[in-house]
Design a protein. Structure first.
Length: 286
């Protein structure tokens, strides 16, 4: 590796020693280190040099310091350059930021020894006749359609590959990637999926019809949504971002033409993360 970018949230005083450890280890390897503009504004005393507004594709890695939300923010900055991201967890629960701060030293040693893999994660994208999300209309976890400013349900008419599927009466509906199956979809009763699955899952949010269940579909499917509410607007969200749009706007959802790339350090596996984060196996018989 020759060039690495550091991005992250505002670093607490007790976390600064971990940032120093990361910077020292990178420079020891003779690797050039830069910082995103957001990281520099949040931590002017920790980030030297000229900040980057965007990350060019000649960088080998982005170190994301924070939780899963910071990882998703890093992905937005990376954009279509597909620069791989290493998530270093400064918080508590994290599926994407899988390296805990206590194991930074060991993880960086493995990284610079080449003992890691690059995982390609499917992204979901939306199309409409509006300029939404400043043109960054993609998400790693899910796209969700949700009611706004009312307790009334919304009606969501769904077509899959130009064939009518169903009309959902619910608080909302989401289309989740395999990566997002451990997030909002899981809390709404959706299934867990392995990260390399070639599928999406349609998960209703508090549906009025009890016989409506999550549905797994091919990630090559193209979905069309038409929404009706008692209010003039509804919410559409991509991961942690949301915008309010008018009822008469049609939304097309499909797989993005590029991927999010995660750096997976040797010895860190998704089944281990699920067991640890979801408390699997907490049984005397195990």
């Amino acid at each position: 590796m020759r060039k690495i970018v550091i991005h992250g949230l505002a670093i607490k005083k007790e976390w600064e020693k971990y940032v120093t450890l990361i910077k020292d280890r990178i420079t020891k390897e003779g690797v050039s280190v830069s910082y995103t503009s957001l990281f520099k504004r949040r931590n002017p005393h920790l980030a030297e040099g000229i900040p980057l507004e965007e990350i060019p594709d000649d960088y080998e890695a982005v170190f994301s310091l924070g939780g899963d939300g910071t990882f998703l923010e890093s992905l937005l900055i990376v954009g279509e350059s597909e620069v791989p991201i290493l998530g270093i967890n400064m918080g508590r629960l994290g599926f994407l930021a899988s390296i805990s701060k206590e194991y930074i030293k060991e993880s960086l040693s493995l990284l610079f020894e080449g003992k890691y893999q690059i995982e390609k994660r499917s992204l979901i994208s939306i199309d409409s006749n509006l300029n939404l999300f400043d043109g960054k209309c993609y998400a790693l976890n899910e796209c969700a359609i949700l009611r706004k400013d009312t307790s009334s349900m919304i009606m969501i008419k769904c077509h899959i590959n130009d064939e009518y599927l169903n009309t959902y009466w619910a608080d909302g509906l989401m289309v989740s990637t395999p990566t997002g199956s451990t997030g909002y979809s899981l809390s709404c009763g959706g299934p867990l999926m392995m990260p390399d699955a070639k599928d999406f899952v349609i998960t209703p949010v508090s549906p009025h019809n009890l016989n409506v269940r999550p549905l797994i579909i091919s990630d090559e499917s193209v979905l069309k949504f038409q929404i009706a509410t008692r209010e003039r607007k509804y919410l559409i969200s991509l991961d942690s971002r949301s915008e309010a749009i008018e009822n008469d706007i049609e939304i097309i959802v499909r797989k993005a033409h590029f991927y999010g790339k995660l750096i997976r350090i040797e010895g860190v596996h998704f089944p281990d993360t699920m067991r640890n984060k979801l408390g699997w196996g907490l049984d005397k018989r195990n």
